[in-house]
Design a protein around this ligand. Structure first.
Ligand code: BV8
Length: 229
């Protein structure tokens, strides 16, 4: 009898995993959207209407990254990836670089990354450098005026959805950490895993999709995630 392969794990994280590092979430009190209407800063139309405002919103968040560090939850997920003998994929909705800095490599930033920019003309993705703005020339196609944050805005297709879908369809354990379950298609991932897969939600409080998980644990990610590993 061949031993069964080790379970395949998919972890989805949201802003809550970075909250204890000091990065504001979107919807908690004092969250990011409180100061900005989504329509004003996180849609393609907003960028066309006022690229300088959108660049300023993201530059403000990039500046915050210099002051924060990965917390115990980020580090525990990187350790789990290193030590797990089965398939492991970390999908984050976050655009910060805390999972990267914690050492995660089997990592998909489905909503993009603060520290990258993209050319709206040729789609080339480049590292963000201080001073990047609406008139920055694209290093690949040399056109200026098309550089935008490499961020997936509302109404835009999240990144690597095929790879994510494949991993969800094969996973034995799906864990959601620190996400309110308000934004799709990420909030619907729990419904894409095989019947019989174990689904676990780690959050300070129930999310909008808690009822779809087989198990919920309430508490801070910095405590719950290391306890899982
Ligand atoms: C798309 C980048 C389709 C910007 C973001 C049904 C199906 C498909 C789409 C839709 C649908 N219904 C509506 C839509 C459209 C829309 C959507 O979902 N709207 C919502 C508002 C209803 N979705 C989209 O537009 C998506 N695109 O569907 O494309 C398509 C198809 C074909 C062709 C083209 C397109 C794109 C969505 C991506 C938008 N971009 N981010 C930026 O960052 O500036 S979304 C933004 O909100 C963040 O990225 C984040 O990922 C997301 C969700 O927020 P959370 O991470 O959950 O954070 P939140 O503050 O809400 O919650 C924090 C949680 O942490 C809380 O639960 C809290 O309790 C917990 N917490 C706090 N502290 C801790 C903690 N937990 C543990 N420990 C702690 N210490």
């Amino acid at each position: 009898m061949r031993p069964s392969p080790p379970p395949s794990i998919v972890v989805l994280t949201g802003a809550g995993i970075s909250a204890e590092s000091g990065l504001r979430t979107f919807r908690d009190a004092g969250g990011l959207w409180e100061n900005h209407r989504v329509e004003d800063v996180a849609t393609p139309e907003a960028f066309l209407r006022n690229p300088a405002l959108v660049h300023a919103f993201y530059n403000q968040r990039r500046a915050q990254l210099r002051e924060v560090r990965p917390n115990a939850a980020h580090l525990a997920l990187a350790r789990l990836e290193r030590e797990w003998s089965g398939d492991f994929l970390l999908v984050t909705q976050n655009v910060d670089d805390l999972h990267d800095r914690a050492g995660s490599r089997a990592l998909i930033h489905m909503h993009g990354e603060l520290l990258k920019v993209r050319c709206a003309f040729c789609s080339a993705v480049h590292p963000w450098e201080g001073g990047t703005g609406p008139e920055t020339r694209c290093p690949a196609c040399a056109r200026s005026g098309g550089i935008r944050p490499h961020i997936v805005w509302f109404g835009e297709m999240p990144l690597e959805m095929d790879r994510i879908g494949d991993a969800l369809e094969r996973c034995d354990l799906f864990v959601a950490v620190g996400t309110s379950g308000n934004v799709y298609p990420a909030a619907g991932f729990v419904g894409q895993v095989p019947a019989g897969a174990r689904t676990l939600e780690l959050n300070l409080e129930p999310s909008s999709v808690s009822s779809r998980f087989s198990e919920q644990r309430e508490g801070p990610a910095s405590v719950l995630v290391p306890a899982l590993v």
